[in-house]
Design a protein around this ligand. Structure first.
Ligand SMILES: NC(=O)c1ccc[n+]([C@@H]2O[C@H](COP(=O)([O-])OP(=O)(O)OC[C@H]3O[C@@H](n4cnc5c(N)ncnc54)[C@H](O)[C@@H]3O)[C@@H](O)[C@H]2O)c1
Length: 104
């Protein structure tokens, strides 16, 4: 069993990954601000912990990192779509990188 953090785990890609990780017996923490994601996408599982928070806030990420000692981090928190990118270019850009972890 591994400890795994999935940012954006309530989104389309992240939730599919979370589903597989918990069914494989891992302990998973999802960090998501629910901007576009939904709790309904997450499986009900004792090994899953949901944390509502912003992956762009260093203190949120650092507190989780220090308390949980993750074996792996999957960064899927993102603001996607052409319209959202045109309307929020800075937010789109900052969300794709979390404290040195880049999804691009
Ligand atoms: N959907 C695809 O087919 C696909 C394919 C390849 C790669 N990707 C990449 O996967 C990533 C996720 O895409 P998706 O389709 O799952 O998008 P999505 O919008 O379904 O999921 C993104 C998740 O991130 C969360 N989020 C947004 N900002 C956040 C923040 N600041 N802090 C915490 N959570 C935040 C949203 O609430 C949402 O749950 C993107 O980088 C995308 O480019 C997607």
């Amino acid at each position: 069993m591994m400890n795994i953090l999935v940012t954006g785990g309530a989104g389309n890609v992240g939730s599919a990954l979370v589903d597989r990780l918990v069914s494989d017996g891992n302990r998973v923490v999802v960090l998501d601000n629910l901007l576009t994601g939904s709790l309904t996408k997450l499986p009900q599982n004792d090994n899953l912990t949901f944390v509502k928070g912003d992956a762009n806030i260093d203190s949120t990420v650092s507190e989780l990192m220090h308390s949980m000692h993750f074996d792996y981090v999957f960064h899927y928190a993102a603001v996607v779509g052409v319209q959202r990118t045109l309307e929020n270019p800075v937010m789109v850009s900052t969300t794709s990188t979390v404290s040195g972890i880049s999804s691009t």
